[in-house]
Design a protein around this ligand. Sequence first.
Ligand code: KIV
Length: 284
Amino acid sequence: MPKKKGRLEFVKMKKEGEQVAWVTAYDFPTASFVEQAGMDMILVGDSLGMVVLGYQGTIPVTMEDCISHCQAVRRGAPNTFCVGDMPFMSYQISDPDAVFNAGRFLKEADMDAVKLEGGKRVLSRIKAIVDAGILVIGHIGLTPQSSGPLGGFKAQGRDPESARFLIEDALAIQEAGAYSLLLEAVPPELTQFIAKKLDIPVYSIGAGGPCDGQLLICGDMLGLFEAFTPKFVKKYANVAEIETKAFKEYVNDVKTGQFPTDDHCYHILKDRQEEYMEMLKEYE
Ligand code: KIV
């Protein structure tokens, strides 16, 4: 049984230069495979809206969706550090609202930490949640909940002005008490600079290698999410192809009578066969 890592292990891993591997998961079987693979951390991302619920983006995802998927993931990965992702409008309204919703991830779904998107504009939320005794991971760069104002799913921090904003955001997030920071879709030079500058671990999704660990969306790396594949994704499998092939074979087997065979059937108790047939005859 692997030992569940916590904040202190992640700080130690940063100091010792050991990379953290993490991935998103949204359901029981995936979470259990992820844990068996020895992953350091799981994010139950609001990307579940796109990857498993079929929405165009993350905006429609509700607290109830997140809690239910976090619960399934926790059942599948009881010994892995799990982060619940705060969905749109679960923290935007007020600090008390943010604390209440962050608390639900711990109380109802046994998550170890929460993640929320945004820099300076959400600082009071981060502070309030941290003050309530909850671990927070910040998330800046391409923040999917703000893809509208950001002009779509686009890389961020590619010019000096926007990079300066991100550096200021990163420093402020650390100051507010976040235990780590996720950078999404920014240039590796900026990632490296921020990872060196901050004491807290800095992780990348599509933000290059030079930092403290890597996150990928399971639907992207497994080849399950077909709508689009970002440039930064490495595909480790093509599960969509495997599933479609299996479903096609099943359709064919059913239509041609190749499934089920005798091997797939439950049989009448051996010592009751005659009696059984007599009983059926009564209804002929
Ligand atoms: O919801 C999610 O999976 C995320 C990642 C894009 C970082 O927030």
